[in-house]
Design a protein around this ligand. Sequence first.
Ligand code: NI
Length: 136
Amino acid sequence: MRIKACRKAHFNAAHRLYRKDWSEERNIQVFGKCSNSHYHGHNYELIVAVIGDVDPETGYLIDLKILKQYIKEEVENPFDHKNLNEEVEEFKTLNPTAENIAFVIWNRLRKRIEVKYEIEVTLYETPRNYVIYTGT
Ligand code: NI
């Protein structure tokens, strides 16, 4: 039986969207308020889905306690109440858009979760705006 098991998580973080190689005007034009040089925060809501075959012996797809722990170590601890641009290594060279944050989270979790599982990361930057990354 193939199934998708999900775990929700949450973090608050500050970011700024900009390119150093662009003028201030162009950054404001493209990124708008998200380019504010004094940074601003979002309440990010995260849903991590793990997809695979249920173990017939245990009835589990994955032990959600372990998934919870991976999310804590790879996402909540390093991202929560942080300035993503300055405090998270990946965003020193990558604009912390919702798209790129989902990509980074997916890659961090991919290193921890067995390859037999597919991973899907859904990231809400606002209650109405969200992205989904499945690794393709
Ligand atoms: Ni923003």
